[in-house]
Design a protein around this ligand. Structure first.
Ligand code: MN
Ligand code: MN
Length: 466
């Protein structure tokens, strides 16, 4: 009887898969490395809350690490490190590999835009002696989450003479912050009957920016004028300059550890700066890779990847074609032999909301980097669906490099769904698969990830491009 029992245990070990919390499998020195790595990640989150700031941060970091701006015809050779800045909102970098570029590149693509409130082009107005900004939200948000929480303003204003003013206000300890107001419960009887999606409506996401009037009798719009005077003194702008501005309201708080055990990080913009940072650090550490390692940090994923800084545009294809040309190859040949990790977050199981997940197929925090074969919605619509062969290659690669990973589908069938840049890269005839960090409260102003998963994701990219 006892012999049979142990045979069963042996057989179980040999035949059935075992899922386990990564913490249990990691050595304490690796946990230390992981915690240290995440300190760098938190600094990145605080310094780069918009795509422009992420590009700036990236270029400074990679230039300090030997990357130079790519100029066509610069005679590239193995080991060279180059980058191209796309309009200050997306950046591509490459470490030239030892193999012939015709054999393809290893591509990691993450996005550096996150959901937020964008100012409209005529944002400034006064109503009943309060000055406010009108906004149009960017990306998929639950609008009620963005009210009654401190906001900072980031972005640029291009003045009539073409000069550009950079704006970052609300981040320093003594900076003022801004906010969207909500109704008091005492008077919210009607509002409380709205559904959650309508709790705060799009045109109610108005940001309060001031309440003191310009001191002069009989003046209309005196609060607005007073604010405009302050803005003119601080930034040298007039109201019409908002027409050519990109100003983004983002949560004003900094990244923080979550939990008594400090196992998680709460912050704005994990989606997808967590994959951007891990891919970036892997690129920085990459030297003399076998295949040329290309890392793309893109814009506009949250609005569908359109536009010339989004990955549906040709900018990546052109970059690869330019690299190919340096070695007398064709871009299409390089792309057709390339492999891509579409580096984006996935949803983590939340015990408070178990009903939306298929527990047998979803990702869990602390179970490592999540590999997602397909995304999409309603019968996998919109997915690129990595082939079994390619998943097999990635699986072996991760196991060989002792990366702790899990598979994860974004929610139950027909519960909703979502996509990433994977499909747009796969459309270039590149083998592509989604790889990233599981996130709780995705697209909320304060999202949560596990430190272990962040580190395992870094290790996955490192293994992929080495
Ligand atoms: Mn994302
Ligand atoms: Mn997203």
């Amino acid at each position: 009887m006892s012999k049979e029992k142990s045979e069963g245990k042996e057989l179980k070990k040999a035949l059935l898969s075992k899922k386990e919390n990564a913490f249990l499998k990691m050595k304490s020195e690796d946990i230390k490395k992981c915690d240290k790595f995440c300190e760098g990640y938190k600094a990145f989150l605080d310094a780069a809350k918009t795509e422009r700031e992420a590009v700036e941060y990236t270029i400074k970091l990679i230039e300090d690490n030997g990357f130079v701006e790519y100029k066509p015809g610069m005679k590239l050779k193995a080991g060279d490190k180059i980058y191209r800045n796309n309009r200050g909102k997306a950046v591509m970098m490459a470490v030239i590999g030892k193999e012939d570029i015709k054999k393809g590149v290893r591509l990691c693509a993450a996005h550096i835009d996150s959901p937020r409130l964008d100012l409209k082009q005529c944002p400034l107005y006064e109503d009943t002696e309060m000055a406010l900004f009108k906004t149009h939200y960017y990306g998929g948000i639950k609008k009620y989450q963005w009210a009654v929480s401190p906001l900072a303003l980031h972005g640029v204003i291009v003045k009539a003479d073409g000069s550009k003013v950079k704006v970052t206000i609300g981040e320093d300890e003594d900076d003022p912050v801004f906010c969207v107001n909500d109704l008091l419960p005492h008077l919210a009887g009607d509002q409380m009957k709205r559904n959650l999606a309508q709790g705060i409506k799009g045109e109610e996401l108005n940001i309060v920016i001031g309440s003191r009037p310009f001191k002069e009798d009989g003046l209309s719009d005196a609060v607005k004028l007073n604010i405009m005077q302050i803005l003119n003194e601080k930034y040298g702008i007039v109201e019409d300059d908002f027409l050519s501005a990109e100003l983004e309201a983002v949560p004003a708080f900094k990244a923080k550890d979550i939990g008594f055990d400090r196992s998680m990080i709460g912050a704005y913009g994990h989606d997808d700066r967590v994959c951007a940072y891990t891919a970036l650090m892997a690129a920085v550490k990459c030297s003399n890779p076998k295949h040329t390692a290309v890392t793309v940090l893109t814009d506009k994923e949250e609005t569908g990847s359109d536009g010339n800084t989004g990955l549906q545009s040709a900018y990546l294809k052109y970059f690869i074609a330019d690299l190919a040309a340096e070695f007398g190859a064709e871009g299409r040949e390089v792309l057709s032999n390339s492999q891509c990790m579409s580096a984006d977050v996935n949803a983590a199981f939340d015990p408070t909301f178990p009903d939306v997940m298929d527990k047998r197929n979803c990702a869990f925090i602390n179970y490592g980097v999540v590999v997602t074969k397909f995304t999409g919605a309603r019968g996998k619509s919109g997915t690129s669906d990595a082939s079994a062969e390619f998943v097999g290659k990635i699986r072996s690669l991760l196991d060989e490099n002792k990366v702790i990973w899990q598979t994860g589908e974004l929610g139950k069938v027909d519960m909703g769904g979502g996509g990433t840049v994977a499909a747009y890269i796969a459309n270039l005839n590149v083998d592509t698969i989604d790889v990233g960090v599981p996130v709780l409260s995705m697209h909320a102003p304060f999202e949560t990830v596990s430190k272990i998963d962040v580190y395992q994701t870094y290790k996955a990219f490192e293994a992929f491009i080495k």
